[in-house]
Design a protein around this ligand. Sequence first.
Ligand code: ADP
Ligand code: MG
Length: 392
Amino acid sequence: MTTADEIVLHVKDLYVSFYTYEGVVKALDGVIMFLRRGDTMGLVGETGCGKSVTAKAILGLVEAPGRIEGGKVIFFDKDAETQEITELDLAQLTSEEMLEIRGNKISIVFQDPATYPNPVFRIGDQIAEVIELHQDLSLDVLYMKIAKLELALSETNSDVNRAEIESKIAYYRQQMEDPPEPDKKSIKEAAKLKAIEMLRMVRMPAPEQVANQYPHELSGGMRQRALIAMSLACNPSILICDEATTALDVTVQAQVLKLLNQLKTEIGTSIIVITHDMGVVAETCEWVNVMYAGTSVESCATERLFTKPLHPYTAGLLKAVPKLHEDRERLPQIRGSVPNLISPPTGCRFHPRCDYATEICIETKPILEELEPRHWAACHHPLWTSGGKKNE
Ligand SMILES: Nc1ncnc2c1ncn2[C@@H]1O[C@H](COP(=O)(O)OP(=O)(O)O)[C@@H](O)[C@H]1O
Ligand SMILES: [Mg+2]
């Protein structure tokens, strides 16, 4: 990375294992990843490659029998007011400290919206609760009071009332410089209004009505929108979507993905899109990280990945992407399957499935290197290079 890139998250040589009865599952084996501020980054790989474990490690959600064995998860926390950046290693924080980060600075949307949002509470109340917990509403309360007074002003005919209302408005306007701590009732009311605003922001149809509905009353796509609204209600620096659109049908999926990209520009959140679907990456991400069996195998701009992949695994994934008018049945697959991570292959974990593998691939684990400008890959026999480090 060049110094001009502002990094918001840097995952550095991350190792995670699960201590099961069958043996130690070496789920993450030196994962490396950057997320630039304001970017949408895709994390791709077949099922079982460690994408969700990576997300959990970032969020401090690796639970027993899992353990972070090594590495760093560096979060560059930028203060909204002073713009000052604090460097935090999330892998070193206590669970209490992580609670402060999770759903506050870093938020996640999971795949299964059936169990979440909470089925017994109204959508609006759930979003309002997140807003109350994470946002300072003192200014919003003043705006709300002024809006109400302005409405009253437009409705009154009496000059006496008018003067009184105007003086109240002036009083609240003055308070805006240094807003006082609002009372509980006003906070609740402002949070509810803001929840509707959030629903409107995620392009929810009839947001006022949806706010009063329960999750089961919404379609899958709408529920996913509500979840995104909830995840954004805390104004996170990073939003992680773990297969968030996988369960949705293709049209709804496209809508949600488009929405994510619009929101990113509107509120400046950096996004990690976790998916096994290269089509999703092509449509939403500026940058891609490819994972294979718990290792980082390739990292570059999306356009470049699709035109000039360096790693044979990436090339295999791309071949399996259905093109328009192509018969889905006859798509070439990468032979074999993701290995058992209790006894993973030696050297390059991909070598048993790779057409280019030689002795060195069995013996030595390749390191992730910048083989071409702004294009990283971990491979002893990259597919092409134009004067990069490994010209063959
Ligand atoms: N709680 C757990 N106990 C044991 N193994 C686990 C656990 N969670 C994940 N794993 C293993 O870690 C590896 C990566 O899993 P995961 O991150 O869920 O893959 P992905 O999200 O890419 O499909 C898999 O081999 C999986 O079996
Ligand atoms: Mg997963």
